[in-house]
Design a protein around this ligand. Structure first.
Ligand code: NDP
Ligand SMILES: O=C(O)C1=N[C@H](C(=O)O)C[C@H](O)C1
Length: 256
């Protein structure tokens, strides 16, 4: 099944990880959307085949970095479009998804490190700023139940900044540290330092700090509620069948 955008008929949506923090929010958002219908919710211990039995056209996955790749392969095998928010899909895993999609070229798999419009814009602004500053560091701050560090968003931002710096001919950011406690300078992602904070009370936040002689620029985004991700998720659900193949990020759907 692949034609999810049938005019007049609600798109049949299934959610994997539907009892989690994000998955339950997605279920509420889908149920409130008149053009979508929630027909299957799957979590740990449930049969993924229920998605197929329910005639799901688009699956939304918010599960765990260890589970997501297998779920995507399952969707492709079953001919179901997939919208994926789960983090942990590195280049090697993205290549495996592209391989898998070769047998089903009509299907769309849309993976977004972050579905919040402010976070997407912050990434774009960071790319623009990157070539103008000799120094840059990323700080991501999240709730303490988050499974992975650094966050998928921070990883994506750091790699985009690194690519922009390379294109501008910038070398490594200055850093004369020769003595440090383990972890004090954060993780290095494509040459960019990324610091991860886990703190009760937080949801999902990121700062990108730029510096050059005599000035600094700080970009900051705050998701204060998981509802912030829902417009992006619903947009992806509505559009995924129109963008066959693998799409990373919702920038294209937002025409950014
Ligand atoms: N792209 C974006 O905009 C966003 C992405 N995320 C990402 O989404 C993912 C989920 O985050 P969050 O909702 O906070 O996490 P939760 O732990 O709250 O939810 C994940 C849910 O998936 C379930 N689950 C785990 N493995 C499987 C599996 N194999 N099959 C079915 N269900 C499974 C979990 O069950 P159990 O608890 O029993 O393990 C849990 O109910 C993370 O990778 C996070 O980084 C989060 C927010 C925004
Ligand atoms: O786990 C979270 O909460 C989030 N995960 C995503 C990530 O790893 O970047 C997106 C957002 O930061 C919230």
């Amino acid at each position: 099944m692949s034609g999810a955008e049938t005019v007049g008929e609600p798109i049949k949506v299934g959610v994997i990880g539907g009892r989690g923090r994000m998955g339950s929010e997605v279920c509420r958002a889908v149920e409130a959307a008149p053009d979508l219908t929630l027909v299957s919710v799957v979590d740990v211990g449930d049969r993924r085949e229920d998605l197929v039995d329910a005639g799901v056209q688009v699956v939304v996955d918010f599960t765990h970095p260890d589970a997501v790749l297998d779920n995507i392969h399952f969707c492709i095998e079953q001919g179901i479009h997939a919208v994926v928010g789960t983090s942990g899909l590195d280049q090697q895993r993205l290549d495996a998804i592209r391989d898998s999609l070769r047998s089903r070229p009509e299907l769309g798999v849309l993976i977004a490190p972050n579905f919040a419009i402010g976070a997407v814009l912050m990434g774009r602004f960071a790319e623009i700023a990157a070539r103008h500053f000799e120094s840059v560091e990323v700080i991501e701050l999240h709730h303490p139940k988050k499974a992975d560090a650094p966050s998928g968003t921070a990883d994506h931002t750091a790699r985009a900044i690194a690519a922009a710096r390379r294109a501008a001919g910038l070398g490594a950011a200055p850093d004369a540290t020769t003595k440090e406690s383990a972890g004090a300078r954060g993780a290095e992602v494509d040459g960019v330092r990324v610091h991860s904070v886990r703190l009760a009370g937080l949801v999902a936040h990121q700062e990108v700090l730029f510096g050059t002689e005599g000035e600094t620029l700080t970009l900051r985004h705050d998701s204060l509620d998981r509802k912030s991700f829902m417009p992006g998720v619903l947009l992806a659900v509505r559009k995924v069948s129109t963008v066959p193949g693998l799409t990373v990020g919702i920038e294209g759907l937002l025409e950014l």
